[in-house]
Design a protein around this ligand. Structure first.
Ligand code: PMP
Length: 404
């Protein structure tokens, strides 16, 4: 336990920050013989290390004077150009380099976006559950949250519209929707095209911004990955975030924003204060990796591996979880989300599971109001297949004992 020696000096904003449950958990399991279904790490076998080695040599030989130098806040022109091309592969067309902004992971993109748009008390819509680290950025902004429950097919848009109507009747305006329409983290759901159109229509009708997190857009391994909402956007009210973390290497800490130029300008002003610019060196490597089709050639391998791992996990859950539990059947991404019988409190149960050698993330941390106590998120991308089965077997036992 740390002493609270300096806490009296902390700013009020810092005092609002919550530690990430995932990080605390990982710390707990470090160095121990625990099967972690808790993290969100890509499988390291998907990193194209040899290609990166060759590209790194090439970049140093040809671009050292720029790759090791300070660079523009919005990103190096070579990468912004390549990201226009990569975006078109997700169906986003009619944009140019000025609509692209490079960030330190999509995490920084979300941090900057929520900071430039959200004031305390603003009405912000999020899915229930939604991505923990994005919720934590939002929590620090102190907005008025509105939750949209997830169904098997993505957010419940009837409930969403109902809430928008209610707000309007009270004379209040929504400001922003944060949504992960494809292979949602943690829910594992994907919103269909019709739903995407409806979300955009609602945004136009009720006049709010959409922050669309497409972290897993390239990682759909069953059926087609639906085009992002941004691909349908004619008004510029959708702000899209993408990441290299799942398709190249998370250690590069590279992400990007696609947005209207005016919004890009505001992001730029903010980022100047945060870190001046994203590291030039990794940007040169990533630009070259897109140019040489390293990423495009790698994606099918990642999809294949994660499809296999998902199948292993789903089969184990089917076998070992109680019959009255339900769980997502994700068509992409890295997680299965499970809804357990109401009697289970996944947060309270965690120490027992850890003791037995398996870690997961209690689902409540993915709910803005910490509800969803009977839910859990399970990662299938990182553990080897045999550990996935073993982890789920142990977890199934722990759950059944808890129910007995
Ligand atoms: N959004 C979602 C939905 C994620 O799952 C993640 C990573 N787990 C991120 C954003 C942030 O990823 P990064 O900063 O590595 O791009």
């Amino acid at each position: 336990m740390l002493m609270a020696k300096w806490s009296k000096f902390l700013s009020k904003d810092t005092a609002l920050l919550k530690t990430s449950e995932i990080r605390d958990l990982l710390k707990l399991t470090e160095g121990k013989n625990v099967i972690s279904l808790a993290g969100g790490l890509p499988d390291p076998s998907t990193f194209p290390a040899e290609d990166i080695k060759n590209i790194t040599d090439y970049v140093l030989q040809n671009y050292a004077s720029r790759a090791l130098q300070y660079s523009a806040t919005a990103g190096i022109p070579e990468l912004r150009k390549e990201l226009v091309n990569l975006s078109s592969q997700r169906g986003i067309t009619g944009i140019n380099e000025n609509n692209i902004f490079v960030t330190v992971g999509s995490q920084e993109a979300l941090f900057i976006l929520f900071n430039i748009f959200v004031d305390p008390g603003d009405h912000v819509f999020v899915e229930m559950p939604s991505y923990l680290a994005a919720l934590n950025i939002l929590r620090a902004r102190n907005p008025q949250f509105h939750g949209i429950p997830l169904t098997e097919k993505g957010p419940d848009l009837d409930k969403f519209e109902e809430e928008l109507r209610r707000l309007k009747a009270e004379g209040k305006s929504p400001k922003l929707l944060y949504i992960i329409p494809t292979a949602q983290n943690p829910g594992g759901t994907t919103l269909d095209m019709e739903g995407r159109k409806r979300v955009l229509e609602l945004a136009s009708q009720y006049d709010f911004l959409i922050v669309e997190d497409d972290a897993y857009g390239f990682l759909v391994f069953e059926g087609e990955s639906p085009a992002p909402i941004k691909a349908l956007d004619k008004e510029g009210r959708v702000i899209y975030t993408g990441t290299f973390s799942k398709i190249l290497a998370p250690g590069f800490r590279l992400g990007w924003i696609v947005a209207d130029e005016e919004i890009i300008h505001n992001v730029e002003l903010y980022k100047q204060n945060v870190d001046l610019h994203t590291p030039s060196f990794t940007q040169f490597i990533a630009a070259e990796a897109i140019k040489r089709n390293v990423i495009q050639n790698n994606i099918p391998k990642v999809r294949q591996l994660y499809r296999e791992k998902r199948d292993v996990m789903l089969q184990a859950i089917e076998e070992y979880f109680p019959k009255d539990a339900s769980w997502s059947k994700p068509v992409g991404g890295m997680f299965v989300f499970a809804w357990l019988p109401e009697k289970i409190d996944a947060l309270n149960m965690l120490p027992k599971a850890l003791e037995r050698g398996v870690a997961y993330v209690p689902g409540s941390s993915f709910y803005y109001d910490y509800s969803g106590r009977n839910t859990m998120r399970l990662n299938f991308s990182f553990p080897p297949k045999e550990k996935l089965v073993e982890g789920i077997r142990i977890l199934g036992q722990v759950i059944k004992e808890e129910l007995a």
